[in-house]
Write a protein that binds this ligand. Sequence first.
Ligand SMILES: Cc1cc2nc3c(=O)[nH]c(=O)nc-3n(C[C@H](O)[C@H](O)[C@H](O)COP(=O)(O)OP(=O)(O)OC[C@H]3O[C@@H](n4cnc5c(N)ncnc54)[C@H](O)[C@@H]3O)c2cc1C
Length: 386
Amino acid sequence: MTQRHDSAPITIVGGSATGLFAAERLARAGRPVTLLESADDWSPEPRTLIVTRRMRDLLGEVGDRSVVNAISRFELVTAGRTASVALSEPDLIIERAVLVPGLAELAVAAGVDLCMGSRVSGLTATDEGVTLEVGRRGATEERKATTVVGADGSFSRVARAAGWPPLTTVPLVQAIVKLPSDLAPDTARVWFQPDDTPYFYWLIPESPERGALGLIGEDGPETRRCLERFLEQQGLEPLEFQAARIPCYTQWVPPHRRMGGADIYLVGDAAAHVKVTTVGGIVTGFRGALGVADTILHGRTSAALPRLKRELDWHRLLRRSLDRFSEQDYELLLDVLSPGAKGVLGTLTRDEPASIMLRLCLAQPRLIVLGLRTLLFASPRSPLAS
Ligand SMILES: Cc1cc2nc3c(=O)[nH]c(=O)nc-3n(C[C@H](O)[C@H](O)[C@H](O)COP(=O)(O)OP(=O)(O)OC[C@H]3O[C@@H](n4cnc5c(N)ncnc54)[C@H](O)[C@@H]3O)c2cc1C
């Protein structure tokens, strides 16, 4: 990695959660930052997201403003079993359409030059850095840069132009529904139905009246069909749909490359900073953005990045086991969830997968047998499991 002069300008491509967060960090440290975002204004589509309390530590007040609800209990459901896990500290439900404008406000206050309606279509290497082709108001402009951060999502133009291989993605579809009367607004319900999805269905209340019911699948149209069938089975009417393809973390993507005379970095979905157990990318995306911003500022790889890699690797190992679970395996899992094991699940967050696995196995050694049996002997149900 080349060490640059402290005041060298930085160009960020993509102005959603992770791009704005990285931009604000860099500008606050005194670096001139330009952010190029293809959308014309800061009104992202509404999206209901569940995050761990760690988001608060990372974002503080701007994160708090986007919180629309808090979840203090998870209900886990299989065809024949139900288990309930109480959280010692609640998970947070946030609204992206509130979070992103809040982050944009902070970025502007820190001095970031936000260029809306600016779509990057390519990067060309030069001896001095790179030239970005930017489509703006029907014309194409060229911009020179020596440090570029790609925060442009799952199908990152920056990543492709700089030679990173395309990411494996999976479809996520959720419907906003009226909350059923048997679900308390502080309880999220999760159904394991491995015939439909190696992941799970969820229903996450965003208020006492409404919730987001969704699933992650493998094939887009089939995932949508599964969701519609499930809504019908549950007697729930979709009020609106939210969908996108989410990157899957299949292996660590080193977030830095040289291209011509420039340093190129990736953050967030562009770098597949996504926990593949639950396919959550907000908290891990912010942590990757923090790691990349610190790397740029200090000229050496931030310790946050190897830490994030270890954590994402643990999630991948867990996913490999879960992808092989049959309905009977899930039933066994719920049967053996002792009070001690539930205590572990309720106390630790999904951001601590290694500690969760270790302490779960100590609390209920039968889980070791279940995990090893599925990993070693069961057939994978999705390509991610292999
Ligand atoms: C329906 C849904 C529900 C989800 N639920 C959860 C959840 O509950 N918990 C959780 O943790 N995660 C969840 N996720 C995942 C989470 O939303 C993402 O991981 C996170 O938003 C990634 O943020 P990002 O900034 O890296 O990328 P993105 O949000 O994809 O932002 C990329 C930005 O780059 C811009 N852009 C793209 N290409 C260009 C270009 N060529 N030039 C300029 N700009 C460009 C786009 O307009 C966009 O603003 C969910 C995702 C979906 C779709």
